[in-house]
Design a binder for this molecule. Structure first.
Ligand code: NAP
Ligand code: ZN
Length: 363
């Protein structure tokens, strides 16, 4: 059996190693893929620290290959496979459909039996993408046509979450008239809690709606992040020092912190929408008052969770990343704040200062 190098953990116990493992075999899977870049996110770090109880290794393995954000090159194509050739660049999807009705209609992101049904590369039950090569089915990849996009395309997976988040916003905001009387979203206020990778991608997209975009955190942020925020005409404020004077129309949380979420929900406008996206099972509990319930009810405020995204959201992510790659001096590239080698496994234990997105280069 061929040996390859991979970054592995043991779910749900944790730990991280750059180790030699048995290479996968094609077993009917149609394409062979070599990662070019893989991205790191909080989920990888939470797996390594052993704090995600819902994660598990593939059957018959005492480890799982990490990584669910990747851009890969096609290095071999099986027989009778059309529409893809050697040398093509693709992004593999994370979540693999199960048997429930949502999975069967192509929406594993809305799986109705998550615990038992779906599998997720690098997280639950199937190996991830941080390995020298692997095999996959053509139906699980999204082609990147513009090869100048290779590195930026590492952001496709986190961006697809944002496309789903806005899809949810589009649906739920229809229950009342959310737009202005001139049919636009101009000057609606969108506040994003958090200043990490997903928060920045949400900011890029909120701007496409022409809303006033604010990112906020409970501390100040460095000049590097501030410069990007300034370039995209968004604003940052430290909410321990300042408060929005206007009501918030769309609130997006990427912190998962109940205290912050409750504080901001009290500032939502009539017919406002709150998208809950961040998750932090370790955040302390925080009480919700009867007054706040009244506030939400009386204003027809909608609170919606949003997880993952479907293949259509990956396609939309690629479209917008292409657009952003060619506008504003390609400031989207600045979201990639660090490039590491596969052996630099220390980055799984410690987030570099001012990190937005760290990537690992595999070639
Ligand atoms: P991240 O870089 O860790 O971002 C989280 C951000 O929230 C950080 O900027 C953090 O600030 C900030 N934060 C934490 N507590 C806060 C508070 N009380 N007030 C204000 N800001 C606070 O992670 P990410 O990759 O961008 O992901 C964002 C969140 O979404 C994570 O919770 C992740 O688990 C979750 N997620 C959800 C989905 C989904 O499908 N729903 C998919 C991927 C990720 P500091 O670090 O500066 O303190
Ligand atoms: Zn399902």
């Amino acid at each position: 059996m061929d040996k390859i190098n991979a970054i592995i953990t043991n779910n749900p116990v944790g730990g991280v190693k750059y180790a030699s493992i048995n290479a996968g075999i094609s077993s009917g899977k149609s394409i062979k893929l070599k990662p070019l870049y893989t991205g790191l996110c909080g989920t990888d770090r939470a797996e390594v620290s052993g704090s995600l109880s819902f994660t598990y290794n593939p059957p018959d393995q005492d480890y799982i290959v990490l990584g669910h954000e990747a851009v890969c090159q096609v290095i071999d194509v099986g027989p009778n496979v059309y529409g893809i050739k050697e040398g093509d660049v693709v992004v593999p999807v994370v979540r693999r459909a199960g048997q429930c009705v949502n999975c069967r209609i192509g929406r594993p992101d809305n799986c109705s039996d998550g615990e038992n049904d779906i599998r997720e590369a690098g997280v639950r039950g199937i190996n991830g993408f941080m390995q020298d090569y692997f095999y996959d089915d053509i139906k699980n990849v999204i082609k990147i046509n513009d090869k100048s996009m290779v590195k930026v395309a590492t952001l496709t997976e986190p961006t697809k979450n944002v496309m789903k988040g806005f899809d949810v916003f589009d649906s739920v905001s229809k229950r009342t008239l959310f737009e202005n009387e001139d049919s636009t979203y101009l000057n609606k206020n969108c506040v994003i809690i958090g200043t990490g990778g997903e928060a920045f991608l949400y900011a890029f997209m909120a701007r496409e709606y022409r809303m006033n975009v604010f990112l906020t955190n409970r501390h100040d942020i460095g000049d590097y992040k501030k410069k990007i925020i300034d370039t995209i005409h968004a604003k940052f404020y430290d909410y321990t020092k300042e408060k929005m004077s206007n009501k918030i129309d769309l609130l997006i949380d990427t912190s998962g912190d109940p205290e912050a979420i409750i504080k901001f929900t009290e500032q939502l406008n009539f017919n406002g929408v709150l998208i809950l996206f961040g998750t932090n099972g370790k955040a302390p509990a925080w009480q919700i008052s009867g007054e706040l319930i009244n506030y939400i009810v009386e204003r027809n405020i909608t609170v919606s969770g949003s997880v993952d995204g479907a293949k259509k959201h990956y396609l939309k992510a690629v479209e917008y990343l292409e657009k952003w790659n060619y506008s504003e001096n390609s400031v989207i590239k600045n979201l990639i704040t660090g490039e590491f080698k596969p052996e630099d496994i220390g980055i799984f234990n410690k987030k570099p200062a001012d990190e937005i997105k760290s990537v690992i280069k595999w070639y």
